[in-house]
Design a binder for this molecule. Structure first.
Ligand SMILES: N#Cc1c(-c2ccc3ccn(Cc4cccnc4)c3c2)n[nH]c1N
Length: 224
């Protein structure tokens, strides 16, 4: 998978050189390219924003630099993802869908967002998705893009060492994951549930499912 990210804060994505995504890049499983939107500005001040038509607080990102950047980056195979508080909810299902795409491009806005005509222009030409990380307000698209990239790329075969672990994670089957324990068997008076020490794998699987259902009912009844 190729990923392109356009942002006015390219250094924000230096973290993608680390950990599993960094290793996947080094192994050629991922091709991640970060671009500074200001590279596509034409004026001395490298201006990317201006005042909103119709008045109102804040500034809006100008369409011209975005148009020149995206014209250079997008292909017929690209899914353009625009993180936005007005977007569809980003879920594990969306992550799974995106993980099968050959090329993802993330347009990370700042200020009050990107001129709507940019989204309209590329929507006419193919796959554009406005996607929201959740029902709260961030200062820009970078944090959302980072979360979406991590949730999506970890589903690509080979990125995570143990693919079996993906199947038991929260939200993969619509339930929250069961509680997990490791050594020591007793810690500050807290004991590991006896069933987990029994070696009875059928009973352990049953207990874990029951714990997932109970946890989901408690924390996220909306998922049931
Ligand atoms: N995904 C996602 C988001 C964002 C988000 C994404 C991109 C931008 C570009 C600018 N802002 C600031 C801003 C603030 C208020 C109104 N409109 C815009 C962004 C917020 N906020 N919350 C989410 N779940």
């Amino acid at each position: 998978m190729r990923i392109d990210i356009v942002t006015i804060f390219p250094a924000f994505f230096d973290v993608l050189d680390l950990s599993l995504i960094g290793k996947a890049r080094a192994r050629g499983l991922l091709d991640v390219n970060v671009h500074d939107l200001r590279a596509w500005t034409r004026d001395r001040h490298r201006t990317v924003d201006d005042t909103p038509y119709g008045g109102g607080a804040g500034m809006v990102m100008k369409p011209e630099p975005w148009g020149e950047a995206l014209d250079e980056i997008l292909t017929d195979e690209t899914t353009l993802i625009v993180p936005s508080p007005a977007g569809e909810k980003f879920t594990q299902s969306v992550a799974r869908e995106l993980s099968a795409r050959p090329h993802l491009a993330f347009a990370c806005g700042r200020y009050e967002g990107i001129d709507q005509r940019v989204i309209d222009h590329y929507a006419d030409r193919g796959r554009v998705r406005l996607v929201s990380l959740g029902d709260y307000v961030l200062n820009g698209g970078e944090v959302a893009a980072m979360a979406m990239i991590e949730a999506t790329t970890r589903l690509i075969p080979g990125v995570i060492g143990n693919p079996g672990s993906l199947l038991e994670e929260s939200h993969e089957e619509g339930l929250l994951e069961y509680p997990i324990y490791t050594k020591p068997p007793v810690w500050r008076g807290h004991e590991v549930p006896e069933i987990l020490l029994s070696g009875n794998h059928g009973a352990i699987a049953q207990w874990r499912h029951e714990q997932s259902v109970a946890r989901t009912r408690e924390q996220r009844p909306d998922l049931l």
